[in-house]
Ligand binder design. Sequence first.
Ligand code: NDP
Length: 336
Amino acid sequence: PHVLVTGGSGFIASHILDSLLARQYYVTATVRSEEKGLQIRSAYPEDARGRLSFVIVEDIMKDRAFDDAVRAQPFKYVIHTASPYHFNITDPVNDFINPAVRGTTGILTSVREFAPLVERVVLLSSSATIFNPFNHAKVYDETVYGVTTWEEAMNPRLAYRASKIYAEKAAFEFMSASPPPNFDLVAINPPLVFGPASRHLTTLDSLNTSNQRIRDMALGKYRDELPPTGPVYLFCDVRDVAEVHARVLEVPEAAGQRFFAVGGYFSNKRMADKIRESHPELADKLPKESALDDFPDEIYGWDNSKTREMLGLEFRDLKTCVDGAVDSVLAISKMG
Ligand code: NDP
């Protein structure tokens, strides 16, 4: 079967490509330039490369941006990951909210109009659509919905979160307003995602946002002081986030569901301790063992038993996840 993955140059998307190609799918990814497509393709061995193609979508925010992409192959599945994730915000609406929401409704519209063979669209959402950081739930699971206000959305520090809430909401509203005859929708909701960098990355300058704290830790930036961990104290290994995307494609009961992809709790101090365990040679770059751990004394609970049971998946622990990230950071820093 053919799968379309939007935002193929992204960190999580790169692992989704790995998982799909390992399962022998034919994969088409959208990228913003031919150069990026070629760079990603060249990172794969020949067999996988032969099943990976690209379509250029320069800006997901543009009207009808995906019309050509969804017609490129007879797709059975579509995975939408393209969405801005960084903290260099100048304009919350144009930098975050519009691309997140228009990208999501745009792909759904194009699939409905031009891709009659598609059976499922998977949306890479976020735990941002589950958490309520100003009024925590006792236990977070797939039944909890994060809420936001337009005023919060206009705050640069909260605009990303709002963009994910509005995008997921718009997607489910699209589906219920006039249910498409051929496809259903699944949302994947990970908290902070860490792990091995994208396989096509050759420089640490373009490392994805969430892995940057591990890079900075391993390179000595936080030797004297760790930045605060919060507001999110849950993580998921990127390889598991990718695996969830691949598994939901073939689980019929996943239709219309959200999946909470969580590995466990973490704090920056706990990550530093894991790095010290596996990489004693980095000890003088890391914050001291006695550094303060800001993990709260009392914290919300989380429960992703539905995700684990429905998909038959056990999630990697913090050490495995941090090791994966550090090993790749060290390997890339040696390339330069
Ligand atoms: P990346 O920044 O690595 O990937 C983002 C992708 O979206 C890139 O492919 C980027 O293209 C593309 N993109 C962004 N804006 C546009 C646009 N206007 N037009 C076309 N393409 C665009 O981030 P991640 O892989 O970390 O995140 C991917 C998704 O996962 C996002 O939806 C994010 O919200 C979600 N997520 C991430 C978490 C994390 O901790 N990493 C946690 C929870 C959810 P280009 O490379 O060309 O810029």
